[in-house]
Design a protein around this ligand. Structure first.
Ligand code: MN
Length: 297
């Protein structure tokens, strides 16, 4: 971990909270919390350690963000800590939905740090059904059930569609689905944007098209970090070549800023990382906080 001694020694001690989350939950517009849960993981485990690694990595960055010409401390945001380590996925979904509901009801923007992608539908259920959902993911996650678990991380888009309607969710950066998912997406009318299409047409054009397609003003964004190419984000449970680039996700966050009502970033698996995946995750979360802050300034 690279530490910057910019505010004296205390700055160099990795705090249990995300860097610069100095507001109290009551005073914050944006509230982070972690879900250290990975019990439905199907391949390389360990994303339960994601929230901790991402918080540590967050101390790498200046509070002043050059690209925004603003200081992140201008946006009051809090870190509410981690949820308990749940057992069955149903228990996790219930607990995360309740926590997110408390934030949404009081007009706050939740940013949830995973943990695995199974947390995303739990957060989405906390919102009224008039939100649209954009996902970044290598995988379509459209199975109705996986290994006998309807709340598996392989079913995130399917469970989100259950809540907001299949026409109001689009995953972007997709380059993997099963034959059954292909049949289901055609039968049920799910749209997606492949990683190949993003590279071909650019992130701006595809994001604008996705926004038109889901036809919602309020957008929830779920980022499975494996949507980014494993060259940039190797520390994930299910790495998949031919992914999108970190700058394309940054650009998407800029575009979505005025629409964002909530976000999660999931599937960072520190055991498979040399720090760069957690670092990118922390930076994207800072980007989201700034985009939300700027849009509401
Ligand atoms: Mn994925």
């Amino acid at each position: 971990m690279v530490l910057k001694y910019r505010e004296g020694l205390s700055r160099a001690v990795p705090a249990p909270r995300f860097a610069d989350a100095v507001a109290k939950v009551d005073d914050a517009r944006v509230v982070l919390f972690g879900v250290p849960y990975d019990r439905t993981c199907s391949f390389r485990g360990g994303s339960r350690f994601g929230p901790s690694a991402i918080r540590q990595a967050s101390y790498n960055f200046e509070t002043y963000m050059m690209d925004h010409q603003r200081d992140i401390l201008e946006v009051p945001f809090a870190d509410a800590g981690d949820t308990p380590s749940y057992g069955p996925s149903t228990e996790m979904v219930e607990g995360v939905s309740k926590l997110a509901s408390d934030l949404v009801r009081t007009g706050r923007v939740p940013i949830v740090i995973g943990g695995e992608h199974s947390l995303a539908p739990a957060v989405v259920r906390a919102f009224p059904k008039d939100v649209g959902v954009i996902g970044i993911d290598a995988h379509l996650d459209f199975r109705d059930s996986y290994l006998d678990d309807k709340w598996s991380h392989a079913c995130s888009a399917r469970r989100i569609a259950d809540h907001v309607g299949v026409g109001h969710v689009i995953y972007m950066g997709v380059r993997s689905y099963s034959k059954e998912e292909r049949e289901d997406l055609e039968r049920l009318g799910l749209s997606y944007v492949s990683a190949y299409e993003i590279h071909e047409r650019g992130i701006v054009a595809t994001a604008q098209r996705a926004l038109r397609k889901i036809d919602r003003d309020k957008i929830y964004l779920t980022i499975d970090i494996d949507g980014v190419d494993p060259a940039y984000a190797p520390g994930v449970g299910n790495p998949e070549p031919f992914g999108i680039a970190p700058l394309q996700v940054k650009r998407l966050l800029e575009i979505l800023g005025p629409h964002l009502v909530g976000m999660d970033l999931n599937e960072v698996s520190p055991a498979w990382d040399q720090g760069q995946t957690a670092l990118l995750a922390a930076r994207l979360i800072r980007e989201a906080i700034m985009s939300i802050g700027e849009a509401r300034a």
